[in-house]
Design a protein around this ligand. Structure first.
Ligand code: PLP
Length: 400
């Protein structure tokens, strides 16, 4: 029985054992409510405040600028809805056409109550251009929200430049840094951002805990009401174990970021080189260099409709990667909205496969993955009409 190769870290990451160790006391004996004044409460409060400082340190913020939430999605909702509501009028949100659903659906919700939404286009590499932002800033804008790194194609947006332009117009700037945090250096002051969203489970922390960085003085209304925790911006008894895990994950990410990014970029480039060498119909989605260190989005021209089969064959051979959008082994996948926005036609946009590496990825896994991918691509291309099961059986034969 081979162990599995998990190359889907953009979806979620395994918990770092050191994070689990930090969380354990707060899943057991240290169960106090941080709002309680007695000893048990104070122990929990101290742990939450330590984590707040650790998360702040990852992005160069002050501890009291971090608001813990239940997810990256909630942080995105709080940033946009909170900023619009704080103005008391419907306002105008400027965002990109390749944001995560947590932003796009929040914009749709705001639009239903009269907020104007502008979606900036991206180029063929997935980059938002400063010229289109400048044009949008000519009208009255409440907030600009552009992601730091795209979750589907891995492209890094020029946040420093875009935020700088936005600030020159006196407009708030938010970035969804859920995919970028812990992978590339982020400093809220160097980037000039006012609001920044994070999620613990993308950096080897627990699921169900996120954070919003809120620069001092930025007006924001809450979207959850109750006991007034988190400076009144996010009422609810804190998820202490989750927050402690987030803090530990942030501290580890900060300490190991440089080494990890170099290692993962090396693995990524090895896969890229081999893919170019082995597959004449290979294509890369996203910016060739301005991209997340462990992230690769690729496609095989002419085999776009076989993506479901290819992923199922890889899964059967022990490899977890994902498609750019929902797909199954039996039907052609939907085109990736991100690839469409980048100008790919529907056929090419159907064929996107996302490979994302993580902290525990090894060279042996990368080497094995390249061989398994090669067999899977050739098995699927030989058998347009076969099922995924048959394709994986053919792979076994090819391997034997
Ligand atoms: N933003 C981006 C760019 C993401 O990739 C994700 C998750 O995939 C989210 C937001 C949502 O984060 P969470 O899963 O913590 O709600």
């Amino acid at each position: 029985m081979h162990s599995r190769i998990y190359f889907d870290h953009s979806a979620t990451t395994p918990l770092d054992p050191r994070v689990l160790e930090a969380m354990e006391p707060f899943l057991g004996g240290a169960f106090g409510n941080p709002s309680s004044l007695h000893h048990e409460g104070r122990v929990a409060r101290e742990a939450v405040e330590t984590a707040r400082a650790q998360v702040a340190a990852l992005i160069g913020a002050e501890a009291d600028e971090i608001i813990f939430t239940a997810s990256g999605t909630e942080a995105d909702n709080l940033a946009l809805i909170g900023a619009v509501r704080a103005t008391g009028n419907p306002g105008h949100v400027v965002t990109s056409s390749i944001e995560h659903a947590a932003i796009l659906e929040t914009c749709r919700f705001l639009a239903a109550s009269g907020t104007k939404i502008t979606h900036l286009p991206v180029d063929g590499d997935g980059l938002v251009g400063p010229a289109s932002l400048l044009r949008a800033l000519q009208s009255n804008v409440t907030i600009v929200s552009i992601m730091a790194a795209n979750n589907v194609v891995g492209t890094l947006e020029p946040i420093e430049e875009l935020a700088h332009l936005t600030k020159l117009h006196g407009v708030l700037f938010h970035t969804d840094a859920v995919q970028a945090a812990g992978k590339i250096p982020l400093d809220v002051n160097r980037l000039h951002v006012d609001l920044l969203s994070l999620s613990a489970h993308k950096l080897h922390g627990p699921k169900g805990v996120g954070a919003l960085y809120v620069r001092k003085g930025v007006p924001l209304s809450p979207i959850v009401f109750g006991g007034g925790q988190e400076r009144g911006l996010r009422s609810a008894t804190e998820n202490v174990a989750g927050i402690v895990g987030f803090g530990a994950a942030a501290a580890i990410a900060k300490a190991e970021l440089a080494e990890e990014a170099t290692r993962l970029a090396g693995f990524r480039d090895q896969i890229l080189r081999e893919a170019i060498r082995r597959f004449p119909n290979f294509c890369l989605f996203g910016h060739p260099t301005q991209r997340l260190p462990g992230h690769l989005s690729l496609g095989f021209r002419g085999q776009e409709r076989e993506v479901g089969k290819l992923l199922a064959a890889l899964d059967a051979a022990g490899v977890a990667v994902s498609a750019g959008s929902a797909c199954s082994a039996h039907h052609a996948s939907e085109p990736s909205q991100v690839a469409l926005a980048m100008g790919y036609d529907a056929e090419r946009a159907r064929g996107l496969i996302r490979i994302s590496l993580g902290r525990f990825t090894t060279r042996a896994e990368v080497d094995a993955f390249i061989e398994i991918l090669t067999r899977a691509v050739s098995a699927v291309s030989q058998s347009h009409e076969t099922t995924a099961h048959e394709a994986s059986a053919q792979m076994e034969l090819a391997h034997a």
